[in-house]
Structure formats: structure tokens, C-alpha cells
Design a protein around this ligand. Structure first.
Ligand code: F6P
Length: 448
């Protein structure tokens, strides 16, 4: 992964050409005044938001890096009556994918008057002839009520497909705008598609709506679906706590998703503040010895009569045997099962010390991401979808939409895939988790 320096050049968004047509949304813009809530399309959302960060740049105000604000433009690049749009959803499921599809379709049809919108099935496979996936026409009517369902009506898949073949398909269907809903692997694929489009001197906008329950996409406040996913995960912690309380020396162990980033585990544990230990990929922990997890767990159970342990699936991988190089279709490392490993080792440890234990094991797994979006995420998805449509119709490409310091912005795709958002072991989220659980700062493991 190439870490990018965030300066004005890194935040510049590519445009297909001059926007020469009046936007049908211009009257809406005329009614808006520049206030603290709305600012002009030529303005920028500052990347840095503390005096210290700004001062450290040592540049003049006009040189401070800033994101291009999202929102409707006065002039657009594509003629709505002749615009053909493709939508595809890729990668693992995430609450809100259907909300995004619906938001895109309704904004395109109702406000811009774009009436040729096609859904491609099962991720990038949908563009590749050999898979034989059908293409569905999307209309305001066909997306009615889809936000009531989890998942994605278009289906999804993991894995790369040949960008040349994908662009062949876009050309064959005379597509002008491609909306891609997916995570980092998907956005890497979208960037390759945009590059092929550029090489062929085509004018096809490629705009991403980043999705992941893991919240590991950088340069955006939060990814959509994350809040719903951790709310569902918090319910598992609630039931785990009830079980632990009911049995003598009850220990509940909850394994949650979170491959490289422990946001779900942290937020769920804060939402349902009953976890005694939270283990995440970003913070190493020792198992044995006087400072290790097991000693602390035994002490907690002795003292309180019960305990709840939350572990993110990517935590403590170094403790679990197995091949670290096995990968899934998206190129992600296949994780060894820390949940069942810890369950067995905790039982062994209590037995070895002659302590009673009633272990309950919870693995809510996919059930936290296949649910429909909660109200917060539904709003967020809709606003991201609108932002994506405005950007694409104005001719922006090779970018994703996101929110930075509470404002909707355009993020260049290369930047969005240049790093990973993770829990900073020295940051205030992890400090809050340490405060909420009372767990030791380290379990005797050297910091990473
Ligand atoms: O990336 C999101 C995520 O939910 C991870 O937390 C999890 O490891 C992964 O997807 C599992 O997805 P799948 O089983 O679909 O590959």
C-alpha cells in the first residue's frame, strides 16, 4: 500500500471536461445562501481541523489542502436525456446497499430526468460475458421498498475482473456513468476501470460509494452500514452479558467481524458497556503470564463472578496456528479462527488452575451485516447517493463520495485506497475503550 502525502494535488478530483449544460437543480441552488451549512462549490473543506495541524503545514491559507465539496453544481457535463447509467454492488454485504441503489435511482430519475439505468448483477462478474449474468433495468418503481431489505437486490461477488472486458461492456451498452458500491478492493478495481476509460479516451464517469462494516476506509468520517453493524453487534454483547450473569463463574466470549480494524468491537463494546475485555487487531496481547489475558480474566471472574470478552476476528492472529498467506477472492488474508481458539484456551486455563467456569460462546458472524440499515445509516446512504449523482452528472470521475468533518466531499479514488483506517492504539477511541472496560493498557505484550 502506497501511503500518500495529503496535499492539494492529492485531493484534486479529475473531471471529464467542461460542464456546459444548465443543471435542472439550479433553481434549488439559487434558493441557498452561503451559510455555515452550505458553501459554494468552488470552496474547499479543509483537510486539517486543528490549529496545530494548520500551523505545522507552514503554508499560506490558500495553499492549505482541502476536499472538493459534494453537492449539486449549477452546470453539468452529461445531458440527462441521453445519459445511460450503470450501477454495480461488490464485495461483502453491508447494511444500506439497497438504500444506496434506491437513492441513486430516485435522484437520477426524479431530479435529473435520467431514465436509462441498468443494474449489473453479482459485482464485476456482471460485466463479463462468460458469466452470463443478466442486466436489470432500474426504475423508480422497481426500487420501491428495497430499502426495507438487507443485502443488495443486484447481488454481489468478490474478486477482480479484467478492466478491459468491463470497459468493453460499458462501451457496448453506451454507458456514460458507472456507480460502484464497494470496499477497498472494489475501489481498486474501479480505479483500474477509470484508467482504461481514460486510455481509450472515453467519457465515462466512474464514481464510487465506499461501503464496509469494518469502517476501514480512510478519509471519510465513517463508512455507511458501520453504525447498523455495530448496533447489531452490541445486541450480541447484551445477550452475552445476560448469559454470563446467570451462571456461576460465567464467561461469555463474543467474536465479532473486523478483519484488520477493530472499530466494530470497540463501538459495540461502548454501545453496550458490559465488556470487560476488548481485543482488536491493532493492539497485541499476551495470553499467558502474570500480565496476560488469562490471568486478568481469572482475576475478574474471581472478583465479580462473571466476565464478558469481545474479540475482533482479526485480533491475536499471531497466537493461532495456520498459514498466514491464504487469501480470499478479494486478496484479503483468510483469518485463523481466534474465537474458537480463545474459547478452548480459556477453558484449559481455568481447568489448569482448578477454577470453575461456565463458558458461553457467541459468534454473530454475518448476522450483523445482513440486516437492513438503521435510520441513521439510511439517511447517510441517501445523502451519499445524492452526492454521487451530483458528482457524476457534473463530470467528476475516478472519485468516491464521503464525509469529512461532517461535510460531504469528493475523495480521489487513489487517495481512498492508499491506506487503511484503523483504531489508533494511542488515540481517544481506544482510550475510551480502556476506560469503559477497565482492562489493562497492555497484556504484557510489546506495543506494535
Ligand atoms: O470486509 C467486511 C467483512 O465483513 C469483514 O469484517 C469480514 O472479515 C469479511 O467481510 C467476511 O466476508 P466474506 O465471508 O463475505 O468474505
Amino acid at each position: 500500500m502506497q501511503i500518500m502525502i495529503v496535499d492539494s494535488a492529492a485531493l484534486a478530483v479529475r473531471t471529464l471536461g467542461d460542464a456546459r449544460l444548465d443543471s435542472p437543480l439550479a433553481p434549488l441552488l439559487d434558493a441557498r445562501r452561503a451559510t455555515q451549512h452550505y458553501f459554494n462549490e468552488s470552496d474547499r473543506v479543509l483537510y486539517d481541523d486543528t490549529l496545530g495541524m494548520v500551523t505545522a503545514r507552514g503554508v499560506t491559507v490558500d495553499q492549505l489542502p482541502g476536499f472538493e465539496p459534494a453537492g449539486p453544481r449549477r452546470r453539468i457535463f452529461f445531458d440527462p436525456s441521453k445519459t445511460r447509467v450503470a450501477i454495480v454492488t461488490c464485495g461483502g454485504l453491508c447494511p444500506g446497499m439497497n438504500d444506496v441503489i434506491r437513492g441513486l435511482v430516485l435522484e437520477l430519475t426524479t431530479h435529473y430526468g435520467v431514465n436509462r439505468i441498468y443494474g449489473f448483477r453479482n459485482g464485476y462478474q456482471g460485466f463479463v460475458a462468460s458469466y452470463g449474468r443478466d442486466v436489470v433495468e432500474l426504475t423508480g418503481e422497481s426500487v420501491t421498498g428495497i430499502d426495507e431489505m438487507g443485502g443488495t437486490i443486484l447481488g454481489t461477488s468478490r474478486g477482480e475482473q479484467d478492466p478491459e472486458e468491463i470497459v468493453d461492456c460499458l462501451e457496448r451498452m453506451s454507458i456514460n456513468v458507472l456507480f460502484v458500491v464497494g470496499g477497498d478492493g472494489t475501489m481498486r478495481g474501479a480505479l483500474r476501470i477509470a484508467k482504461v476509460v481514460e486510455q481509450r479516451r472515453e467519457r465515462i464517469a466512474v464514481v464510487g460509494i465506499p461501503k464496509t462494516i469494518d469502517n476501514d476506509i480512510p478519509y471519510t468520517d465513517q463508512s455507511f452500514g458501520f453504525q447498523t453493524a455495530y448496533s447489531a453487534a452490541a445486541e450480541s454483547i447484551r445477550t452475552a452479558h445476560v448469559e454470563a450473569l446467570a451462571a456461576p463463574n460465567g464467561v461469555s466470549l463474543v467474536k465479532l467481524m473486523g478483519r484488520h480494524s477493530g472499530f466494530i468491537a470497540c463501538y459495540a463494546a461502548l454501545a453496550k458497556n458490559d465488556a470487560d475485555f476488548v481485543l482488536i487487531p491493532e493492539v497485541p496481547f499476551a495470553l499467558d503470564g502474570p500480565d496476560g489475558l488469562f490471568a486478568h480474566l481469572r482475576a475478574k471472574v474471581k472478583h465479580r463472578g462473571h466476565a464478558v470478552v469481545v474479540v475482533a476476528e482479526g485480533a491475536g492472529q499471531e497466537h493461532v496456528e495456520g498459514d498466514p498467506d491464504v487469501r480470499d477472492a478479494s486478496g484479503n488474508a483468510k483469518l485463523r479462527d481466534i474465537g474458537t481458539f480463545l474459547k478452548a484456551r480459556i477453558l484449559d486455563d481455568f481447568e489448569a488452575h482448578g477454577d470453575e467456569i461456565n463458558m458461553r460462546y457467541f459468534d454473530p458472524s454475518y448476522s450483523i451485516r445482513s440486516v437492513k440499515a438503521n435510520a441513521h445509516d439510511s439517511v447517510y446512504c441517501l445523502r451519499l447517493a445524492h452526492a454521487a449523482v451530483h458528482a457524476a452528472m457534473a463530470g467528476r470521475t475516478e472519485m468516491v463520495v464521503g464525509r469529512w468533518h461532517g461535510r460531504f466531499v469528493h475523495i480521489p479514488m487513489a487517495l481512498a485506497i492508499s491506506s487503511r483506517n484503523d483504531v489508533d492504539p494511542h488515540g481517544d477511541l481506544w482510550t475510551t475503550v480502556l476506560e469503559a472496560t477497565g482492562q489493562p493498557v497492555t497484556f504484557g505484550a510489546p506495543a506494535r
